[in-house]
Design a protein. Sequence first.
Length: 85
Amino acid sequence: MKEFTYIITDPNGMHARPAGALVKATGAFASKVTIEKGGKSADAKRIMGVMTLGIKNGEEVKVTIEGEDEEAAAAEIEAFMKANL
């Protein structure tokens, strides 16, 4: 299992467009990807789950990746978040 935390820097937070891009990025991996904020968690491969977290600018999220390709998934998802969120 791999985990990392990230503070959202997008001025609009995680609205529909970046949430959809995150879902697309996580969908490329077989591993289970979970995103958590404030004690609530959601499957990062499902847009409605990500959107219900209501992630705003400046908030910290924890991403957990578990599965056969977790190393590659963790590296790519963290890079995606730094570039887009």
